[in-house]
Design a protein around this ligand. Sequence first.
Ligand SMILES: [Zn+2]
Length: 337
Amino acid sequence: MENRYLSQIVFPEIGKEGQEKIRNAKIAVIGCGALGGIIANNLVRAGVGKIKIVDRDLVEIGNLQRQILYDEEDVKNRIPKAVAAKKRLEKINSEVKIEAMVIDVNPENIEELIKDSDIVLDGTDNFETRFIINDACLKNGIPWIYGAVIGSAGSTMTIIPEKTPCLRCMIEQIPHPGSLPTCDTMGVLNTIPSLIASIQTTEAFKIILSKESLNKNLIIVDLWLNSFEKINIEKKKNCPSCVQKIYPALEGEEISHAVTLCGRNAVQIVPKRKISISFEKLKNKLKSLGEVKYNEFVLSFKNPEYELIVFPDGRTIIKGTTDISIAKSLFARYLGI
Ligand SMILES: [Zn+2]
């Protein structure tokens, strides 16, 4: 039988031995939108042994322009991205063990999430989560690969604990395209995510194969301008993450329980205590107040002004407002938590 990975095995830098290392690798992909979907697709087709996909969102129609793992059925059936991604990827390569986790990454759960991974790949769309990943990976000695896209541009950096500068070193040195609060207005082309995700995936292969040719810079690409820059980032002398090892994103700061979701006219609320919601009971409570629908993953409650999307652990996305206090009062009114 022809070997599925022949094209990689004949590539001199990989070979049979390298392919075996790829098969034994365990990778976490945090965020499975445009970048994460392409990364996961590359990893699965390459035969990485175990992949953990973590994402907090449902598939929405506006995702289909660039998020390659999803289709209209997923939107119609309100399937969480991690679940839809797993289903699609298992059809592509049944040899890979894929774990799907529909959760919000926070300082309390990140270390548990990444502890059994060799590498963490960044497919998120916000710096709050990236700082959590940065600090957790440095603390646990796990390499991670930052990636971000906006408009026609994207950037990536490979962060190896004890060796390279980290995200915190980088952010303090340059105003970064991905850090500007413009995802509402700038949009994103569907071509730039595949380029950045491909650099991230290739870096992951090099880490698995212990190659020296890792990216040692911040790479910034703009496809509209056809520019490809490498910016040298210095380790910050007193970096609280990679030098002082205080890990501010993990310590001392309370989790933000309510956040506005960038570009989505929505707020997410995560309950402080652990709860478990019965969709059947909640439906009965809400059905006289608006339209209620649910499946095994999510319950949606709609009235003319707002929509609440409720997950089994009580996490709720409130669509129709960016005002955290309005969202909190809707959450209290309808969920009574
Ligand atoms: Zn640092």
